[in-house]
Design a protein around this ligand. Structure first.
Ligand code: FBP
Length: 547
């Protein structure tokens, strides 16, 4: 593999870790925990891993254990910058405990465990990937570990390789699966521990004890750099409104963070749209009004940030999608036989009157997408809807109507963008490089102290890395019961944007000014070297949450 000068220089970067885990460490147990909700049900489902205490690691005179351990690691779900550093942290951590420890990587995500596809990760391999973006060291996948026979298959390979601990690096669903696996292996007395690590650029795996999921910092910095560049272009050419959709399957954290960094004219937050019970027309009117207000000042340009999950937050559309999913599932065979050009009329005829009316009011491209494109589980593929284009078209239509009535005299030309994949494999920022490496080192410590069903946790992240707090949080403490595929299941609660939280409140206090003025902020590219307040600083979101 040839390397760029940046890659060569970056390979030598030594990630910073909390001072408490630099040398010998002891484990300190806190109070027993309860799940965030539905305590009785979760306790019943996790008799062996419920109610465990939060643990922290503190400096000690003597190491906890020097026993060699074989560990298996899995990358699960979408890529997020820093995954390679979690793996190098685990590797260095278990080697520091005993140089004969071994790390195996299961290939292609959770299916690697079930299908027995793995490699041993040696120091040569690890050194190639330190501080790099991507998940290509072992690959990732979206197979869900949910079935007993998958767990038993996993057990077979663990026994064969003498693996006594598995680390699952993933989002809320993958960590839920990690907890189910931990419970199963504990109940069966297999001696195999399971530890989770919080990953996702979406930023929606966080709670009081997990301050952020890794990758969110780097990805939002990459998107913000490009949004800033677009804003500067908009302010130079003064002729386009840029509609920018940002990844983040459902929560709007990515969009909100980018807004805090770049001060666009308009930012939509899905959670607010839902709370205010807004319709698609309300959202369109809101944007069109802002466009008109700027046009009245002679400013026929601007930027609009749109979260990927927006459509699903619009209450009327949420109901329509739920009915569509149920109706199409119930009539699958019949629907498949309907001729392509009659499918839309079939859908309209089979929906309730209210939802049929909403369906018919949508632009043709969207109704077609909703009716025809389904994922492997049979659900409509909302993420394929080009919301940025849809909104731009609908705003243009509204402004044309206003023009005809003499209410709008400006110009409205648009450009569309979607930023997602551009940021998921970027070289991790210093924050993500340090945070991820520390999460990996902490996972190794949790394993060596015999813990299972825990998520690796590094807190106090608004402070310099040396002051970060290292520990473990029982995964059951983050769970509640939710409906999935028609059944109530224990799952980690997804963290949506809190409308009464610091980040949203600050944004809300500024947005009127940002809408009318051209108060753009240009963050520029990620800096890997330089003053700490430029190179090491983390997201506005964490800083405002912990103010
Ligand atoms: P994870 O939740 O697995 O981290 O993935 C999140 C994400 O990056 C979303 O932002 C996006 O909607 C989705 O993955 C895209 O998935 P895919 O890579 O399968 O296209």
């Amino acid at each position: 593999m040839t390397k760029s000068p940046l890659q060569i220089a970056r390979a030598a970067y030594q990630p910073k870790v909390p001072a408490s885990i630099k040398g010998a460490t002891k484990l300190v147990e806190g109070k027993a925990t309860e799940s965030v909700a539905d305590q009785a049900e979760i306790k019943k489902l996790f008799p062996n891993t419920y109610g465990l205490p939060i643990v922290t690691f503190e400096t000690a005179q003597q190491a906890m254990s020097d026993k060699a351990i074989n560990v298996g690691v899995i990358l699960s779900g979408g890529q997020a910058p820093g995954g390679h550093n979690v793996i190098s942290g685990i590797f260095d951590g278990i080697k520091a405990i005993n140089k004969d420890s071994k790390l195996y990587g299961f290939l292609g995500g959770p299916s690697g465990l079930v299908d027995h596809k793995y490699i041993e990760l040696t120091s040569d391999i690890i050194d190639e990937y330190r501080n790099t973006g991507g998940f290509d060291i072992i690959g990732s996948g979206r197979t869900k570990l949910e079935e007993i026979d998958q767990f038993d298959k996993g057990l077979e390979i663990c026994k064969k390789l003498n693996i006594t601990a598995i680390v699952i690096i993933g989002g809320d669903d993958s960590n839920t699966n990690a907890c189910v696996l931990a419970e199963y292996y504990k109940a069966k007395n297999t001696g195999i521990q399971v530890i989770g690590c919080p990953k996702t650029i979406d930023g929606d795996l966080k709670n009081e004890m997990i301050e952020t999921s890794f990758g969110f910092d780097t990805a939002t910095k990459v998107y913000s750099e490009v949004i800033g560049n677009i804003e500067r272009d908009a302010n130079s050419a003064k002729k386009y409104w840029h509609f920018i959709k940002l990844m983040g399957r459902s929560a709007s954290h990515v969009t909100l963070e980018c807004a805090l960094k770049t001060h666009p004219n308009i930012t939509l937050v899905g959670e607010e749209v839902e709370a205010k019970n807004q319709s698609l027309d309300d959202v369109v009117t809101y944007i069109a009004t802002a466009v008109k207000n700027r046009a009245d000042k002679g400013l026929n340009f601007g930027t609009v940030l749109v979260p990927e999950g927006l459509i699903e937050f619009i209450p009327a559309i949420k109901k329509l999608i739920a009915e569509l999913n149920d109706m199409l599932a119930a009539n699958q065979a019949e629907f498949d036989k309907v001729a392509a050009d009659e499918k839309i009329s079939y859908v309209v005829a089979h929906l309730s009157k209210e939802n049929a009316a909403i369906f018919e009011s949508l632009p043709a491209s969207v109704s077609k997408q909703l009716a025809l494109e389904r994922d492997p589980h049979g659900n409509v593929q909302v993420s394929l809807i080009e919301t940025e284009q849809l909104l731009a078209e609908m705003v243009a239509k509204k402004l044309a109507a206003w023009k005809a009535e003499g209410k709008f005299n400006g110009k409205f030309s648009t450009q569309h963008h979607f930023f997602g994949y551009e940021g998921r494999c970027a070289a991790p920022s210093n924050f993500d490089a340090d945070y991820c490496y520390s999460l990996g080192r902490v996972a190794a410590l949790l394993i060596s102290s015999g813990k299972t069903g825990y998520m690796s946790s590094v807190r106090n992240t608004t402070k310099p890395a040396s002051e970060w707090l290292a520990g473990g949080i029982p995964i059951t403490a983050m769970m509640n019961m939710e409906k999935r595929n028609g059944k109530m299941k224990p799952v980690i609660q997804k963290a949506l944007v809190k409308l009464d939280g610091g980040p949203f409140q600050y944004f809300a206090s500024q947005r009127e000014k940002w809408a009318i003025e051209t108060d753009y902020q240009y963050p520029g590219p990620i800096q890997y070297w330089g003053p700490s307040e430029v190179a090491d600083i983390t997201t506005e979101t964490i800083q405002l949450e912990h103010k």
